[in-house]
Write a protein that binds this ligand. Structure first.
Ligand SMILES: Cc1ncc(COP(=O)(O)O)c(C=O)c1O
Length: 383
């Protein structure tokens, strides 16, 4: 097998989630599957093939490197959009291959137009505008100059999109800020429209925005975390709960992360287990060692705190999580032996461990934990 743990990706869960999200946005809205961060840890190749089978033909990535990886596996006609970084050389590659990309500053805009002119190809631009997130985006004050520049160069680009990103739509605390961003975004739309500039796709919504602010849905939604079965926050879940999840319509998590028992042994009462003295066996204790540690994505902060599943039972991680191993207390689980399946994330029997419960214990966000799952853990598609 050449690995110490493995990840399974559920195809039926993905289909379920796209069906659920499609219902929310309606049939005419384009869904862009956000697959940055190795598709939130699920593997870019896996998610592109799954998403294409669910009818998705648009993908959003952060960098040219991710676009390159996506382009190699995507079907003919599938669109890829870079939302973040690309350098000048990568810009030529993107334009040549019809990759769409955000422009949020003059340097990139002028360079894109120059390259497109030289190549005799149109650059596929998404104009990102600053509405209050304060990361990237053209300012409203630049619009006059921008509209004039765009109108003078219409032959060299397709106006694919006008976009912005919200500053935390998953939290009610940001309600006013999000509403103000929407107002500001609409001002951009109107100004450009008055100057004859109409984007093919107006898009602002990420998962949380689309799930809780219907007016952010527009022509396209950039769904990241929700397509993988996670709620952006408990608030988002509660908001949808009354509407649909109480009727049985819900997101389902795709990812399970599993390993196997490496060795089982008994430790006498009074002995410390593992490095240092963080766990003292106060009675004769049976331990199982698992070949997964912090180098494999299992946070060291789960030392003496984490839980995993084995033989259908939930058992604690004891002692410190080391670079490549963790130790479980299996004293109360009869019959544990080398080779037994261990579930770090996912279901076993009637029990399950979610990334969310796991994150609360290790103070990490869903997003962070998923994207930190090392890319070399093999991922397989299961039913
Ligand atoms: C610009 C942009 N759009 C969409 C998304 C997707 O967000 P989510 O995973 O919350 O749906 C992200 C993710 O951070 C993003 O940066």
């Amino acid at each position: 097998m050449f690995n110490t743990s493995y990840i399974e990706i559920s195809q039926s869960a993905y289909k379920n989630n796209i069906r659920y999200l499609r219902n929310i946005v309606g049939k005419d809205v384009r869904i862009s599957s956000v697959i940055k961060g190795n598709a939130y840890g699920h593997g870019i190749g896996n998610i592109i093939s799954l998403a294409e089978r669910s009818g998705i033909r648009h993908f959003s990535v952060f960098s040219a490197g991710e676009a390159y990886e996506s382009f190699a596996v995507a079907s003919e006609g599938t669109r890829i959009m870079i939302m973040g970084y690309l350098d000048d050389e990568e810009l030529s590659w993107a334009i040549e291959n019809g990759i769409e990309f955000f422009v949020f500053d003059w340097g990139r805009l002028e360079m894109a137009v120059d390259i497109a002119k030289r190549m005799g190809r149109k650059a596929r631009l998404h104009l990102e505008v600053e509405t209050g997130f304060h990361r990237t985006g053209f300012e409203y004050e630049e619009l006059k100059k921008l509209a004039a520049y765009l109108n003078a160069n219409l032959a060299h680009f397709e106006f694919e999109g006008l976009c912005t990103h919200f500053a935390g739509a998953e939290s009610l605390a940001n309600y006013l800020r999000i509403k103000n961003q929407l107002v500001q975004y609409r001002k951009f739309v109107r100004y450009l429209g008055r100057h004859g500039l109409h984007p093919a796709y107006r898009h602002t919504a990420c998962s949380a925005a689309a799930l809780t602010y219907p007016t952010t849905i527009m022509d396209m939604v950039r769904f990241g975390i929700a397509q993988f079965g996670y709620w952006p926050s408990p608030e988002t879940h509660m908001f949808r709960f009354r509407k649909d999840t109480s009727k049985g319509d819900d997101l389902k998590r795709l990812l399970s992360w599993k390993s196997r028992v490496m060795v089982v042994k008994d430790v006498e009462a009074g002995q410390f287990i593992g490095y240092g003295s963080s766990f003292l066996a106060n009675k004769k204790t049976r331990i199982a060692v698992i070949p997964v540690g912090y180098a494999n994505g299992f946070s060291r902060s789960l030392s003496n705190t984490g839980r995993v599943l084995i033989r259908g039972r939930r058992v604690p991680v004891i002692g410190t999580v080391t670079m490549n191993t963790m130790t479980l207390n299996v004293t109360d689980v009869p019959g544990v032996e080398k080779g037994d399946e261990v579930v770090m994330v996912g279901k076993q029997g009637r029990l399950s461990i979610s990334i969310a419960s796991f994150c609360e214990m290790s103070n990490q966000l869903n997003y962070q934990l998923l994207t930190r799952l090392p890319p070399d853990i093999p991922r397989t598609l299961v039913k």
